[in-house]
Design a protein around this ligand. Sequence first.
Ligand SMILES: Nc1ncnc2c1ncn2[C@@H]1O[C@H](COP(=O)(O)OP(=O)(O)OP(=O)(O)O)[C@@H](O)[C@H]1O
Ligand SMILES: [Zn+2]
Length: 491
Amino acid sequence: MYANSKELPIIVYNTASKNLEKITLLRPGLARIYVCGLTPYDSMHVGHARTFVFYDIFRRYLEYLGVEVRFVTNFTDIDDKIINRARQEFGGELINRWYEVPSRYIKEFFDAMDRLYVKRAYAYPKVTENINDMLKWIQELVSKNLAYVSPDGSVYFDITKVPRYGEFSGQKIEDLIAGARVEPEPGKRNPLDFALWKSWSEGEPWWNSPWSPGRPGWHLECVVMSSKYLGVPFDIHGGGQDLIFPHHENEIAIARVYFGIDYFARYWIHVGLVTIRGQKMSKSLGNIIPIMEVLRKYDGEVLRLYYAMTQYRKPMDFDPDALDQVRNSLMSVYAAYDMLTEAINEAPDTGDRDNELLSKVNEFVNSFEESLNNDINTSGAVAALMDFARYIASTVIYNTQHYSRNALTNALTAFSDLANILGILNRTRLPPSLVSLIDTLIRIRAQLRARKMFDVADEIRNELSKLGVVVSDVGNKTYWYIDRDKITQWH
Ligand SMILES: Nc1ncnc2c1ncn2[C@@H]1O[C@H](COP(=O)(O)OP(=O)(O)OP(=O)(O)O)[C@@H](O)[C@H]1O
Ligand SMILES: [Zn+2]
């Protein structure tokens, strides 16, 4: 639909302009997105996961519209926090073994992403694999007098060279200076200057540079990696709201003087923070719920649906007690899917109420799309999908003789497409032998009922229910659906 188009129907809040703006792509049919990724020094928590799930829904919606998405997210795989963690774990072995820390948590990240049904990115650049590019940037910035070398061999970026520094995060330089923590970095000319290159301390991992052995600074890393993998300018740069200042302000500052363009990404989209009892969920505050802990109890689809129920810019107070209820909602989506599939199997060739069905389906689809077009309001989209599921369970399956196979199939396709944007209904396929076994039991039960042997018929229903198969009689037809979390019991 939008495969050759720059103008999309989506309006988003752009942190750079502080306004809602219609998305216009820089190249027709291609959306290039960079999201600041993980610093892999500890277990990923449900706060990080919100950011990645939101971007995955956004991406799936763009793909549904026919847009190709080039999604890049990085790993900040060398950092003070990583070094500290490695020092705790390995002591004097730090220099040889530090990389075990990031590699452990990068592996956990991919496990979590798979279990959350987050699609793979186009690239996952790591800082440690792009150091040469970073060195070239620093050299150029120093040679143009936009950065300076301190006596200890660190290199600082000179923010006084940047037009409108502070504008992005809506702050005045004077206020920023007044509020700046004076960090123990004696070589800095201005408290707001930040390190592009950090000189080495005893025992730490280091890379060679013209100024000192050391490693790059965080803000530079993301500018170099995003522009390298996506080209400049690109469409969307994002992350959690905690990154607006200083990280994104500083990324923009570097790119503004390096490329001579105001904003090296067109839209800046920030996800609200996950809080716990009102406080930011953060490794450093020690109030985290590890994502793997939740994924041990609930399928990733439950979490996705839970995240989607809050619009992405709002803070989200994570309540583990809400997840059972969300799981029930997810099951009702599966129930609608399973029952509609069964209705199609026995549907007539023609139907006298097809138009009514199709116009209802259109209503749900429009409402779903309109919600997402309106600043990616996933909670409106969830509501539309739930209405659709209720309509299937309460109306469609009671009137199947009036709908043609074609019309019902269209309804099922639309329903699955919408669910797919939210990244749920990944488990629709059932083992064929399981389906035929349940079908056989249901047929036998129907015969028992016809012979008025209701107690045995009920026993079959109860036993099936214990195994997660819900049987429901609608007129003279019996529908069933199966709780996907119970499937493993059948294996
Ligand atoms: N509580 C949160 N809610 C939503 N997104 C978050 C939260 N904490 C971090 N993020 C986002 O997750 C991504 C990875 O973040 P990163 O690894 O830098 O986390 P962090 O800030 O070091 O975490 P922490 O504060 O827990 O130490 C970033 O885009 C960041 O904005
Ligand atoms: Zn970043």
